[in-house]
Design a protein around this ligand. Sequence first.
Ligand SMILES: Cc1cc2nc3c(=O)[nH]c(=O)nc-3n(C[C@H](O)[C@H](O)[C@H](O)COP(=O)(O)O)c2cc1C
Length: 203
Amino acid sequence: MTNVLIAFYSRNGSTEALAKAVAEGAQAAGADVRLRRVRDIVGPEVMAMAPGWAENSARMHAEYQAPTTDDCEWADGIVFGSPTRFGIVTAELKSFIDSLGGLWFQGKLLGKAGGVFSATATTHGGAETTILSMFSVLSHLGLIIVPNGYGDPITFQAGTPYGAHTAVDGQYVKAPHENDLAVARYQGQRMAKVAGALKTLRG
Ligand SMILES: Cc1cc2nc3c(=O)[nH]c(=O)nc-3n(C[C@H](O)[C@H](O)[C@H](O)COP(=O)(O)O)c2cc1C
């Protein structure tokens, strides 16, 4: 069995919807999936600044466990998902990644597969910079970067060659387009296959 961890952050559900679709794709490819949401790191005064943040966050807090270093050790492939914040990932996701120093030091993630997806408010709001800047992080962790490419025709209509993307702002309670979700499912399926192949190589 190939193990895939999806570690995401979301406040209003756009990234969560992509994460669920990545999970569906990985499961359809036969992987055992852990879907985990990293925790909030800001106070209630910030969460009160936008409609839905506090409520959606509370729902997701109840629904998903937080990812752990054990989850990363368990995984053969890790897919990180985050809203774009000023062109990069959220502090919440980065905070979890910064807890992986011990695993990094021991080389525990070397040779596993890694991928990234992101939600933005606007089409050209920086999803690609977010995903590409995360590729540096994946390199430091020793993860083998697994981009989507244009391996499925759906990627000619949505997403990016780097990873899944949606520009439907969850803040306004709109669900991502079906094409965005299809790309995310493809990303999950591809991650499961590549992570499985790399697991065999790692022995
Ligand atoms: C502080 C902050 C910075 C943001 N920066 C960007 C940005 O650079 N580009 C963009 O398109 N959207 C930006 N957004 C909007 C979010 O990326 C967008 O609302 C996303 O869909 C939220 O994902 P979620 O529904 O999973 O919480 C920003 C939002 C916040 C709160």
